[in-house]
Each structure stands twice: as structure tokens, then as C-alpha cells.
Design a protein. Structure first.
Lengths: 235, 41
């Protein structure tokens, strides 16, 4: 087998991916700013006041996209962890490490904004229902991953231990997603799902999707910049 | 303007949510740019 036939592995080398990561990060950062500006404009000036909840529902424009990102980033992190675990590619473990803090941040934002939404609508900051509890467990999984990585000095062992935790923890993601169906939760069901039409006004949905794109681009920009740091810091 | 900030009486909840989100994202960016500068990445 000649090396020319395996182009797939070309960018699996940290050295070759380094400049590409920088370019993607810069473009993503610019797009994040544009989507955030558009999303916030729709969120506060276009989307109508909700008939039942009044203005407080406007928390949805950061709450739902942040919750989506918290779950999606974990799945991506677990994917790279699994790939690194199986293939021993250095870049995969670096990618997982670069994603964890941003995933934890979005998990905290989802919980925080949910709490500030719960108080005026449910009358409580927190309740131990399935959706909220499984999302809190997700935050602890991120913390556990980062703590485990930091606690083990040998890089390769740290990556393998972290990868194992990330892969096992991925079972929590469907639990979060389906918690509102499986259990009788105080948290409402999905506003947007793959199987049925969204149960909200079109402008509300537009605002939410724009903010989701903004968070998405933000995450790519931040994670790839952190990846570049990881690569540059290798002694 | 003050009516906009009041958000129909929910201003504290809404700006508390948006404010903390913005501050946390800003802190992440600042910490990361500092790390990037030190790593010369």
C-alpha cells in the first residue's frame, strides 16, 4: 500500500491540520458574530410577545440552542474519543480535549437560563425532574472528563482514561433527549422535533435557529482555536 | 427604552439569562486568546 492512497490520514496529523484549523476558526468566528446579531435582532424586535408567557419566553432563544449544543458537543467529543481510542490518532484526543470546556459552558448556560425561566413560569428555580437532572449529570460528565485529563500526568494514559469516560457517558445523551417523553416531567416537551411540525410561530423558530447557528459557529471557532493551542503546546 | 428593558416585568430574568451567557462566553474567549498568545499558536 502506498502512502498516496490514504489521503484520509493527511489531516489526521496535527502538523498538517494546524493551518487549516486557523482558517476555519477565523471564518466561523465571523459567521458567529453575523448570526448572533441577526438572531438577537429577531429575538427582541421581530418575534411577537408570547400569548401565554408574555416576554419571559424570550429566554428560549439562548436556552434551547445552548441545550442543543451541550448535547451535540458531547456526542462529537465522544466520537473523537472513540476514534482516538481505536486508532491511536493524536489529533482525535486533542479534539476531544479542545471541545470539553465549551461543552461544559453551554451545559451550564442551559441550566442557568432554564433556572431563570423556571422561576417565573413554574414558580421554582430548580426541580429534580428527569430532564433537569440528566442535564446536570451531563455537566458533571464534562467536569469529570476535564478533571481526569488534568489528574493524569502521562498524556497517553490521560487520553485513554478520558476517552473511556466520554464513551461511557454518551449513554446519557438519549436519556436527556427522550426524558420528556419517557418520564412525566415538569419540563415541557420538544418545541422542535424531527417528526412533527414545530409548535411555535415562524419568527420564533427563525430566531431560535439563527441563535443555534451562532452558537454552532462560536463552538467551532473556539474549539479549533483551543485545538491549535493544544498542538502548539506539545513539548 | 426603559419599557424595553423592563420586558413586561420579566427584565431581571431575561437580562440575567442573556447577561450571564454573554459574560461567560466573553470570559472563555479572553482566557483562550491569552492562552493562544502564550502558546504562540
Amino acid at each position: 500500500m502506498t502512502t498516496h492512497s490514504i489521503k484520509w490520514f493527511w489531516f489526521a496529523s496535527p502538523h498538517t491540520f494546524y493551518p487549516l484549523a486557523g482558517t476555519i476558526a477565523r471564518v466561523s468566528a465571523a459567521l458567529a458574530a453575523i448570526f448572533a446579531a441577526a438572531g438577537l435582532y429577531v429575538a427582541f424586535f421581530v418575534a411577537p410577545t408570547d400569548a401565554q408567557q408574555g416576554e419571559v419566553y424570550r429566554i428560549i432563544f439562548i436556552h434551547v440552542p445552548a441545550a442543543w449544543m451541550s448535547m451535540f458537543i458531547y456526542v462529537v467529543m465522544a466520537f473523537w474519543s472513540a476514534l482516538g481510542f481505536a486508532m491511536h490518532t493524536r489529533l482525535s484526543a486533542m479534539m476531544a480535549r479542545a471541545l470539553a470546556p465549551t461543552g461544559a459552558l453551554f451545559t451550564f448556560i442551559a441550566l442557568w437560563t432554564g433556572s431563570l425561566w423556571g422561576k417565573p413560569t413554574w414558580g421554582t428555580w430548580w426541580v429534580w425532574d428527569a430532564r433537569l437532572t440528566s442535564e446536570l449529570i451531563l455537566l458533571f460528565l464534562y467536569f469529570g472528563f476535564m478533571a481526569l485529563q488534568a489528574a493524569i500526568d502521562d498524556r497517553r494514559r490521560a487520553d485513554r482514561a478520558g476517552a473511556l469516560l466520554a464513551i461511557v457517558g454518551v449513554v446519557n445523551i438519549p436519556i436527556i433527549y427522550y426524558s420528556v417523553q419517557w418520564w412525566n416531567t415538569l419540563h415541557q416537551g420538544a418545541s422542535v422535533s424531527f417528526t412533527k411540525a414545530p409548535s411555535m410561530a415562524a419568527t420564533m423558530l427563525t430566531g431560535m435557529l439563527l441563535m443555534a447557528l451562532a452558537f454552532w459557529m462560536y463552538s467551532i471557532a473556539v474549539a479549533l482555536t483551543r485545538l491549535r493551542c493544544e498542538i502548539a503546546e506539545v513539548p | 427604552m426603559s419599557e424595553f428593558l423592563a420586558m413586561g416585568g420579566y427584565g431581571g430574568y431575561i437580562w440575567g439569562a442573556y447577561g450571564v451567557t454573554f459574560v461567560l462566553l466573553a470570559i472563555e474567549v479572553i482566557v483562550l486568546l491569552k492562552r493562544k498568545h502564550e502558546a504562540k499558536a
